[in-house]
Design a protein around this ligand. Structure first.
Ligand SMILES: Cc1cc2nc3c(=O)[nH]c(=O)nc-3n(C[C@H](O)[C@H](O)[C@H](O)COP(=O)(O)O)c2cc1C
Length: 397
């Protein structure tokens, strides 16, 4: 049997039926008031059937705010929680656990997006430093991220925003929370000297830059039954949304952060190797979202793999945390790393879009189908939400 299909236990936490997790993937299809509906119930239930140990929801905003994806979900009201309850129940009926991915975009928003204008919310960030990049398909002229980011006065107010959203996630029946701390979004912005120019206890030294993320972990652990139900998703080598840093800053930041997370007995530390471009297939449709070129001046040692580099800090004697790895893993590499004891769990993303039956295929040794329909599969456009979402076949028996 594939090692990936052996069960895994998170200390004091969940017992997973196998070592595969479905990655959080924004699909931009919550067309009914930022809530999931029947299309999402079917999509997640189909993927849970004989499927992974854990399914992580698409990124869900912890407040009324958006990104360039205007149909991404929000968890800010009882109505939102009720709508997610139907999804979580369907996933549980199929035997998988479901984690809520808590998303705050920070400076990676545009204050002209309809949701920002209608709710009158400012774009909040550690400092008022605009992020490069961004593409707001629904705004005239397709501008980038806002130039009007407002520095957060008291970071604990934002932690309170997360806390309120996470209580709704608990009401919806989610089994755990994945904190999105990569991709150039809010917790990542605090950790990163490009975005964080604060001179208070949340900026400057590595301890100060990591403070927001660690206080967030503490607050959420307390509300969600303990640190064993928390997963922290990080990507030390990330380049997305103006997040690249030097190798030295990266080493210092993530060595400190991971040691602190392990010290807190966080259930899962999910390390993404985006930006390291390992196993990457560059510019071809199948390689979409595989290759993330590094800007000049930010080289990595050749073949540098952050999962192997930092993994030892998680998988060490006395650690209660499990190590999950993601970005461009195929079954063979993931199996080998599990067998060698280098990782505990693998997170798989894109293949789950075109293969509702990823785990069955692993079980039967059937290769994954590829995307043969082009880039609109991922975030749209679509005529109705089921298109390129609930219309992918399972492998023939
Ligand atoms: C369409 C799409 C949407 C994504 N949305 C999110 C998201 O909402 N939150 C997140 O943490 N990562 C997101 N990701 C990244 C995935 O979670 C995962 O880290 C990435 O796809 C690498 O895994 P893979 O190589 O197996 O696809 C997204 C990826 C894709 C392809």
């Amino acid at each position: 049997m594939s090692s990936l299909l052996e069960p895994a236990i998170i200390e004091k936490g969940l017992t997973l039926r196998n070592r595969v997790a479905m990655a959080s993937m924004t699909r931009n299809r919550c067309v009914d008031s930022f809530k999931p509906g029947p299309a999402q119930v079917r999509y997640y239930a189909d993927r849970a059937r004989d499927g992974p140990g854990i399914i992580v929801s698409e990124g869900i905003f912890v407040d009324w705010a958006g990104t360039d994806w205007k149909h991404a979900p929000v968890m800010a009201s009882n109505e939102h929680a009720q709508a997610w309850r139907a999804v979580v129940d369907a996933v549980h009926n199929e035997g998988a656990y479901m984690f809520f991915q808590a998303w705050h975009a920070g400076r990676c928003q545009n204050d002209q997006m309809p949701i920002m204008k209608s709710t009158g919310r400012p774009v909040l960030a550690p400092s008022s430093v605009p992020a490069e990049d961004g593409k707001y398909h629904d705004l005239p002229g397709i501008p980038g991220h806002t130039k009007n980011a407002k520095a957060i006065e008291n970071p604990r107010d934002v932690i309170e925003t997360y806390r309120r959203s996470i209580l709704l996630a608990k009401m919806a029946g989610f089994d755990g929370v994945e904190l999105l701390c990569q991709g150039g979004y809010l917790p990542h912005q605090f950790m990163n000297s490009r975005a964080n120019k604060r001179t208070d206890a949340y900026g400057g030294s590595v301890e100060n830059r990591c403070r927001f993320t660690l206080e967030l972990v503490d607050a959420i652990s307390k509300e969600f039954g303990g640190p064993e139900f928390i997963c922290v998703k990080i990507s030390p080598t990330d380049v997305l949304n103006d997040s690249v840093v030097t190798f030295d800053e990266m080493q210092e930041t993530y060595t400190y952060l991971i040691k602190e997370l392990v010290g807190r007995k966080v259930g899962i530390i999910n390390i993404c190797r985006r930006g390291a471009n390992i196993g990457a297939e560059s510019a071809n449709p199948e390689g979409y979202l595989s290759y993330f070129p590094r800007p000049e001046g930010y080289p990595l040692p050749s073949n540098y793999d952050p999962v192997l580099d930092f993994g030892g800090l998680v998988k060490c004697p006395g650690s209660a945390s499990t190590l999950m790895a993601n970005q461009d893993y195929d079954v063979e590499e993931a199996n080998r790393l599990v067998k060698e004891g280098k990782i505990d769990l693998v997170m798989i993303g894109r293949p789950f879009i075109y293969n509702p039956d990823v785990v069955n295929r692993i079980n039967k040794g059937v290769s994954f189908a590829k995307n043969d329909r082009g880039h609109s599969v991922y975030y749209g456009p679509y005529l109705e939400p089921d298109e390129n979402y609930n219309d992918w076949p399972v492998a023939a028996a």
